[in-house]
Design a protein around this ligand. Structure first.
Ligand code: 3H9
Length: 685
């Protein structure tokens, strides 16, 4: 097999070039080739310096994650980086694309770093539940400064080449041909001695404030909540400030191994691949080309329609937005503008960019203006008759091959498609609220949806920076369907003796951003409640009828103060007790374990049903939906990965124990029972 690393002489400079698509991950062959390249540079008498550069879209994007968990192949990345740094001749890293993780560590091992302006540099290991394990936690603070290094290792967010240049992580910015300038740079520094070695630098370590670490923890509590890796990253950087380099790297190694053997790292690495797998559509030929989307139409300028539109405007795609009244149109456009202005205040956009994005918006009352749109997304009231009427009208005016999409969160996309003469062009695009913020997009594949429509939806999702998951047509698709058993059991538990606060706490302790009742209060307790009928059949109806619609009314399952801080509500407790009396229920002590069994295990059971009915392509897609759509803690991988980690038999046993309380609302997924019996898992890794 040919090596992904090749070398070539340019005068007195040896070019060490990596060609390991797609992202130049530092697999075994690359590591071996890099060491061989450095040894060649050192041995060749006519060579005075070396340049490390990568072909394709990017500089090394890190260690090869697919090697994790497999028997190690020498040399290890830490040794490779040490070997580069120990070279007796200067080595220059020539960076384009993304120098990430082990890639940035290789660059830190080099004596000089140059980069093009579009490059990004970062250490995203924390997102994989890890820390930079090839000397990165020790070299980065020495080169970039302790505070910047802390921020980079704990958040994993890359910085721009320009910022890296300003803090001294990049030594020279390159305009024009990277290789040519890197070779010139190497020639220029060929005779400079001593060689600047990152591990030997001490200045920025000494400059660090002694309170930097405690200050950082105090200022960023959310970074550390639930996750193990950020604190270990911090400890490794702290070691760099307290110990000589050689001892610091030993601490780094120990902390790295601790993380690597833990469940969080496994879950986060599993999730990295789950997210990428979600983009692949089963049964669709890879040669199918997406349709061209030059203009998008959105029907409805409410919260959803506005949020959806912003995604396209931000990606530079013009949007025609249609409403029924001028007032609704003005209100919708006003909200979009204010959202953009708020982002501009936070430095995400310039005022000029806000102007450009809003300039791409065409607000109109004229439905026929949608005729020139390539994709039209309906985001109106969740009622089948209204949706069918809109799709029937769209059928008459939309151009041939236009994609007609519904943002429905529950309704039958096939029934909506049947209102048109072109069901092959109809698809569900279920955005999550707030649609300009939430990353998840459920792409609902109807019985007749054409392959190229699906391919277009997935490609477009990537363009607007969403993570798309294909779902089948069923009530609530993947995410909302799994909410139903959770909410049903949570409400029954109230009646049986639990409080909203107790149930919510089980979920927040688990790592969810909020529990079932906090979520109901945020979304609106009144969703789906028919005010005109005013029938009070359950606790929820009773809350609605008492004007307790959630946060927007200052009261729901909780009472809220004027800063929207919740507190347990005696009124709600009274309502619950009234229902208990009516139903003849004597409250009992409910354990947290029972709450978990009935609200979390039932979700896994529903996920298994979704899988066995073919409504999700793969178990990992369900996990992607729950992490990106509902904030399931990524360090638990998503409900299906979590169930695997718990053990499916344990889930089955827990459900069996809870079944008598759940009654007819519950039935087992056969797939879950079968897998548990066979000792199988839902997810591979
Ligand atoms: C590390 O470095 C540890 C060290 O500190 C210590 C070691 C001792 N390995 O994302 P894309 C695949 S940890 C293997 O769709 P984009 C990916 O699965 C590492 N494979 O492209 C996908 O495969 P497929 C720290 C990788 O253009 C394909 O490449 N580094 C790796 O949207 C394209 O990926 C990171 O965490 C990898 N490292 O984004 C960086 N990276 O086509 C992780 C990607 O079969 N990578 N693949 O589905 C990224 O953030 C993005 O991939 C990147 C490109 C921004 C580079």
């Amino acid at each position: 097999m040919t090596s992904p690393i090749s070398t070539e002489k340019h005068g007195h400079v040896l070019i060490i070039r990596s060609n390991n698509p797609p992202v130049n991950a530092l697999g075994a062959a690359v590591r071996q080739g890099l060491v061989a390249g450095i040894e060649e540079a050192e041995a060749a008498e006519d060579i005075k310096a070396a340049v490390i550069i990568c072909e394709g879209q990017t500089f090394f994007a890190g260690a090869d994650i697919t090697e994790f968990g497999k028997p190690p192949v020498m040399p290890w990345l830490p040794e490779v980086v040490d070997r580069i740094e120990a070279c007796s001749k200067p080595v220059v890293a020539a960076i384009h694309g993304t120098a990430l993780g082990g890639g940035l560590e290789v660059a830190l091992g080099c004596h000089y770093r140059c980069a093009v302006a579009s490059a990004k540099l970062g250490v995203p290991e924390v997102k994989l539940g890890l820390l930079p394990g090839a000397g990165g936690t020790q070299r980065l603070p020495r080169v970039a400064g302790v505070e910047k290094a802390l921020q980079m290792v704990t958040t994993g967010t890359p910085i721009s080449a320009q910022e890296a240049f300003e803090i001294g992580l990049v030594d020279r910015m390159i305009e024009g041909d990277l290789l040519q300038h890197a070779v010139a740079y190497a020639t220029e520094v060929a005779d400079v001695r001593p060689l600047p070695r990152s591990s030997e630098r001490q200045g920025k370590i000494e400059e660090a404030s002694p309170t930097a670490f405690d200050d950082f923890i105090a200022a960023n509590p959310r970074t550390f909540k639930g996750f193990e890796a950020p604190m270990k990253n911090l400890e490794a950087v702290r070691a760099a400030t307290l110990k000589p380099y050689a001892e610091g790297v030993m601490d780094e190694r120990k902390l790295f191994m601790e993380l690597m053997s833990g469940t969080q790292a496994k879950a986060q690495q599993y999730f990295f691949f789950a997210e990428r797998k979600a983009a692949k559509i089963e049964g669709v030929d890879e040669t199918v080309k997406p349709r061209e989307i030059k203009r998008v139409g959105v029907i409805g300028a409410g919260t959803m329609g506005g949020g959806i539109s912003m995604n396209f405007l931000s990606a530079g795609i013009p949007v025609t937005i249609v409403e029924m009244s001028q007032e609704a149109l003005d209100r919708g456009a006003g909200v979009m503008l204010r959202n953009y202005e708020a982002s501009a205040k936070k430095g995400r956009f310039t005022a000029e960019q806000v102007g450009q994005m809003m300039g791409l918006l065409n607000p109109t009352l004229d439905f026929d203006s949608l005729a020139d749109c390539d994709l039209i997304i309906e985001a109106v009231f969740e009622q089948m008759e209204i949706k069918k009427d809109i799709f029937g009208r769209l059928d008459k005016i939309a151009k041939p091959d236009a994609i007609l999409a519904s943002n429905t969160s529950y309704l039958n996309v096939d029934e909506i498609a049947a209102a048109t003469s072109r069901p092959q062009d109809v698809v569900g695009l279920h955005f999550f609220s707030p649609a300009n913020v939430m990353k998840l997009l459920e792409v609902v594949r109807g019985a007749k949806t054409a392959d190229d429509v699906l391919v277009t939806a997935m490609a477009l999702a990537k363009k607007i920076k969403k993570v798309a998951v294909v779902a089948g047509v069923c009530y609530g698709f993947i995410g909302n369907r799994m909410l139903i058993p959770r909410q049903t059991e949570a409400t029954k538990l109230l009646l049986e003796g639990a409080t909203p606060a107790q149930i919510d706490k089980v979920h927040t302790d688990f790592g969810m951003p909020m529990g079932p009742f906090q979520m109901a209060d945020l979304a609106g307790v009144d969703i789906g409640w028919h005010r005109d009928v005013n029938r009070i059949e359950n606790i929820r109806d009773a809350l609605c009828s008492a004007d307790r619609w959630g946060q927007k009314k200052g009261a729901g399952f909780y009472d809220y103060d004027d800063k929207r801080r919740p507190s347990p509500s005696p009124t709600v407790q009274g309502i619950i007790e009234e229902f208990r009396t009516k139903a003849g229920v004597t409250p009992r002590e409910i354990s947290d374990e029972e709450i978990a069994q009935r609200t979390l295990y039932t979700m896994v059971n529903e996920g298994a049903k979704i899988l066995e009915e073919g409504m999700a392509q793969r178990a990992s897609d369900i996990d992607v939906v729950w992490v990106y759509g509902y904030g399931w803690p990524v360090y638990r991988g998503g409900p299906m990965h979590w169930a695997d980690a718990e053990g499916l038999q344990k889930i089955v046993d827990g459900l069996k124990a809870a079944a008598p309380h759940m009654g007819d609302d519950f039935s087992f997924s056969q797939l879950l029972l079968d897998k548990a019996a066979k000792g199988e898992k839902f997810t591979g890794r």
